[in-house]
Design a protein around this ligand. Structure first.
Ligand code: G3P
Ligand code: MG
Length: 372
């Protein structure tokens, strides 16, 4: 196979193909860069082959994570080539003036991201727990930790004065919750409340509603998950539970409380992130814009983007998403599965990739050879 030579002079035109790289399990394992990630990306940059990073991860603002990854991988990166799980939340302007509950991530980093996206009133489970420690009896031993970064609630919880009580208008899970117990309890309180008013219990949501002849929502606030991953590749050698694990745990509690799907009480939710189509459409727009930017530096006619190689480690998100995405521009998305993350070498992947390779450098080598 052709070796990846850093040609002295990069091509005069931006090629007709590009890459979308998953991050965890492809470029890094938690904070450790994978051995040949730098080599793969620096080759692409030397050849003006466009790429973006497309991750179900998150937890910090795009600018922060990009700076972090850029130094870890020793590769110049900017936010125009970076899509993470909660990036699309920044465009959900209808909630910017409302009161939103933001869940997940370290301390209150995700609150800060939401505020940088323009959300004016952001509440976290830590804020509620700090204001009302009795809300979750089993996290008292880390109450001091929560106090160190929580903020006063915009309104108190007054069950007897619903009109003056804290009301949650929407819930966003930005990243993996750290305290599943507290977060499941708070999420249950919000979703089974009357109209999102904390401290109330609606007899119109959940099983009781079902017993009252039919499940009808009592203004249950919308619930957005940013990442479906049941498993992901962290530093440990075996895959770890991700945000999808938290959601499944919550769905178990929801079913026990309300009867759940088998009783016709489906949890009303929106799950975003790979493999879902809106995420790939969002990513393709970003990639095309980034490729156009690259071309500004070169000039001349830019041919249509013919193919995107989606390089990932998780068959359920990267490969399924890459295989099922139908580009409105007719761009062919070719999924490439690496063996440095969730996928275990020698097993049959749940979704058939265009190609299976060892690591990200092999993926680039194979794709470049395909393009001739
Ligand atoms: O929380 C991160 C994990 O879900 C996987 O991220 O980069 O493999 O899509 P990534
Ligand atoms: Mg991954």
């Amino acid at each position: 196979r052709r070796h990846l030579q850093h040609e002295a002079t990069p091509p005069s035109k931006i090629p007709e193909f590009a890459f979308a790289f998953d991050i965890d399990g492809v470029l890094v394992r938690s904070s450790d860069p994978l051995p040949r990630a730098h080599k793969a990306l620096s080759y692409l940059q030397s050849q003006r082959i466009p790429f973006i990073l497309l991750t179900n991860g998150g937890g910090k603002h795009e600018s922060e994570r990009v700076a972090d990854l850029s130094s870890k991988l020793d590769i110049p990166l900017d936010t125009s080539m970076f899509v993470q799980s909660h990036t699309p939340f920044a465009d959900m302007h209808e909630y910017k003036e409302k009161t939103v509950l933001v869940m997940g991530g370290d301390e209150d980093h995700c609150r800060i991201v939401a505020e940088r996206y323009g959300f004016k009133t952001v509440v976290t489970p830590g804020d509620i727990f700090t204001a009302y420690p009795a809300v979750w009896p089993f996290s008292q031993q880390i109450l001091e930790h929560y106090k160190s970064f929580s903020r006063p609630l915009p309104k108190p919880i007054l069950p007897n004065e619903p009109e003056n009580s804290l009301k949650i208008d929407a819930v966003f899970v930005y990243n993996d919750p750290r305290d599943w117990g507290l977060d499941i309890q708070i999420l249950q309180d919000v979703l089974l409340s009357h109209q999102g008013i904390l401290g109330t219990w609606s007899n119109k949501n959940g099983k009781s509603a079902y017993r009252n002849k039919g499940f009808q929502q009592d203004g249950q606030p919308p619930l957005y998950f940013s990442n479906p991953d049941l498993l992901w590749a962290a530093k440990y050698h075996l895959p770890r539970l991700g945000q999808g694990g938290f959601r499944e745990a919550f769905e178990g509690v929801w079913a026990a409380l309300t009867g759940g799907p088998s009783a016709g009480v489906e949890l009303q939710k929106v799950v975003m992130g790979k493999p879902h189509e809106p995420t790939y459409r969002f990513a393709e727009k970003r990639l095309i814009a980034h490729r156009n930017d690259l071309n500004k530096g070169v000039g001349g006619e830019l041919d249509l983007l013919k193919r995107v190689y989606m390089v990932g480690d998780n068959p359920e998100s990267d490969i399924l998403g890459g295989n099922s995405y139908k580009s409105p521009n007719g761009t062919d998305w070719a999924s490439v599965l690496v063996q440095t993350g969730v996928y275990m070498e020698g097993t049959v992947p749940a979704h058939e990739p265009r190609m299976v390779v060892g690591d990200v450098y092999d993926a680039v080598q194979w794709a470049v050879a395909q393009e001739g």
